[in-house]
Every structure is written in C-alpha cells, then in structure tokens.
Design a binder for this molecule. Sequence first.
Ligand SMILES: C[S@@+](CC[C@H](N)C(=O)[O-])C[C@H]1O[C@@H](n2cnc3c(N)ncnc32)[C@H](O)[C@@H]1O
Length: 246
Amino acid sequence: MSNPVHIARNDPARLVLEGLHCVKHASRFGARLGGLWSDRPQEVLALARRLAPDLVPLLEAHLEVVSEAVFAGFCPRPPETRLLTVAEKPDYRLADIGRGPVVLLDRPRHPGNLGAVIRVAAAADAAAVCCLDGVDPWSAASLRGAAGLHFALPVLSLSELADFDRPLVALDDAGEPLGTAGLSRDAVFAFGSERDGLSDELRGRAARTVAIPMRPGVSSLNLATAAAVLLYALARGTGQAGPAPT
Ligand SMILES: C[S@@+](CC[C@H](N)C(=O)[O-])C[C@H]1O[C@@H](n2cnc3c(N)ncnc32)[C@H](O)[C@@H]1O
C-alpha cells in the first residue's frame, strides 16, 4: 500500500492531523479531510463517543483500520489517540481577517507554545494569529499544540509587518497596566519572542504598550499565558473602555 500520509507530509498544500482532538476541531471548523486511519479503532470510537460524539458518524463511515506496523509507518511518533487524517491546508490571506483582536507573534520559537496561542485565540474568538518570522505555525508540533484549531481562524506567516490598518498595541511588562488601558478590540496585539521579547521595530511602531501586572520578582508570563490573559480581558470588557461585547 502506498503511504498516503507520507505523501501528504511532503505536500505543501496538505496537512497531517494527529490525534482525536485535532481531527475533531478540524472537522468542526470545516476542514476538508481526505482519509482517516487508526490501528485501534475501538479505542478511538470509545473516546469519540465520550468526548466528541459529533465525530462518531464520520468515524463510523470513513475510518480505515490499518495494522500497527502500517500506522507506525504513517506516524513514527504516534499520538496518544491513534487516529490520523489528512486535510487540505487552508490558504488564509490578510483579507480573510475579520473584526476582533489580531494576535501578532514576533518570532515565536516554540511550536507547542505557538499552538497554545492559536488554541486560546480560537477559544476567545480572536480574529487571527499572525506570526512574524519564527517557527512554522503549520508544523506537526504546532498543530498538536493547537489541537487542530488552525481551522477556526486565519493563521498566517508573515515575513514583514503587514499594514493591518488597525492600531498596533505592544504587550510588554514595562507598559501601562492592563485594565486601566482603554483598548479597542479591533487592534493588533503584538507579543514578543519567548527569549528576546519584542523587537525594537515593533516596540517603536506600537501606538501603546500594555503590561499584565505581575507580582514583584516574576519576570514574565509564558507567551501563551500572556495571550490568554489579554484576549479574555478584551472578551470580558475588562481591558477596554467601552461596555463588554455581548
Ligand atoms: C516569555 S515573554 C518574553 C520574556 C522576555 N525575556 C522579554 O524580555 O520580554 C514572551 C512575551 O509575552 C508577553 N508577556 C509576558 N509577560 C507579560 C506581561 N506581564 N505583560 C505584558 N506582556 C507579557 C510579551 O509580549 C513578551 O514579549
């Protein structure tokens, strides 16, 4: 049997999604899936009945059972839930970005962390996640970290700062405290790299800089945690001047 997963891994227009959560979110958010494989179908179906009943009809109709050896050939580092699919990679454009906060990551270094940002951005109904250089947001580790939520909002890689036509707000511990700053939700919120923080260029271009208050002695929050705090403050209306959105 030719290896469809291996072929997809080498195809820039396709993605391999690993594990139940990735497949679940991809399916819920409209991904075009091209096959489903498992070497432990009963385990996968039992978990889906418990955690994602909406996925069960799809699995019952399309899950292809393969041997353990074939599955290992598809996926040398198998996910905990032994389920794989192949999806068309969305071709997001800047023009796809709607209203709401845009998360801009400046040279993110850790794919899992980047995935966690995408996951919380999807949960908080952000408009997009854009990466300015840094690691590939479409890597297997990032897809796993995001639990497949790349299909829930535009995710873009940029090689230079785009003209978003919205205010740019920098997140940095030296800024004005979040909560006192009247922030528009329809802004671009820039977060720095895990090790180096924000570039001088982004700091210089930001209309304002906002800090999430921390206890003295704590140097910074994890990147995804900082994004979560900001996005939920915006969603609840506690980071902005106007009333909370309904
Ligand atoms: C792990 S931190 C980077 C720490 C880095 N050593 C530095 O010098 O900024 C990653 C990014 O998360 C955001 N961040 C972390 N803690 C923050 C805080 N308390 N207030 C605002 N932004 C924060 C910033 O954008 C920061 O660049």
